[in-house]
Design a protein around this ligand. Structure first.
Ligand code: 16G
Length: 166
């Protein structure tokens, strides 16, 4: 599955509703660098100093794997990225050589809150992971966002999320 084919996965079945006037949901493209993609990511966490060259190199790597569904919502009137979320497919030997989905970097820009863009992104990527035959899909979130993700059928895990920071 190459990156250009990923766009076909955003069929009406996967992407049930129109996000709103002038808003479109689509896969990330290189031009989104100048449409404020990193500004939106910066509302989630530290993005650091990233040059266009570094962005393109990293994005090319991600595209080559075929396992990154980096999705954006663009306000086409303003030519600005207003929301993003990513589905990453992790390959496993377990569960009969199955796959696990991970939802990462779900961000809706401040000025677009209340338009249900987070809902649109999470529902589309969750459905996509099912279509791609993942046996489960997981995400990490702040306690105050648990209720939001429960709406899509996610539940707190019995396992503890552990990390080591470098
Ligand atoms: C949140 C994000 C995660 C992101 C992390 C960054 C969702 C569902 N979760 O946990 O994807 O990687 O924040 O935080 O969007 P960090 O910079 O502290 O690692």
């Amino acid at each position: 599955l190459d990156w250009s084919q990923n766009a076909a996965l955003f069929s009406p079945a996967v992407c049930p509703k129109n996000p709103g006037d002038g808003l479109i949901m689509r896969p990330l493209c290189t031009a989104d660098w100048s449409k404020g993609f990193f500004k939106v990511l910066g509302q989630l966490t530290k993005v650091g100093d990233v040059t266009l060259e570094q962005f393109v190199k990293k994005f090319d790597h991600m595209k080559k794997t075929g396992d990154y569904y980096i999705t954006v919502v663009e306000d086409t009137y303003l030519g600005r990225i207003v929301a993003t979320a990513t589905l990453i497919i992790e390959h496993k030997f377990i569960h009969a050589c199955s796959k696990r989905g991970r939802i990462e970097e779900v961000v809706v820009s401040d000025e677009c809150r209340g338009k249900q863009l987070g809902k649109l992104l999470v529902s589309a990527l969750t459905l996509l992971s099912k279509k791609l035959d993942c046996y489960k899909i997981t995400l990490e979130c702040k306690p105050q966002n648990v209720a939001f993700y429960e709406k899509f059928g996610y539940s707190p895990s019995e396992e503890t999320y552990m990390q080591k920071r470098f």
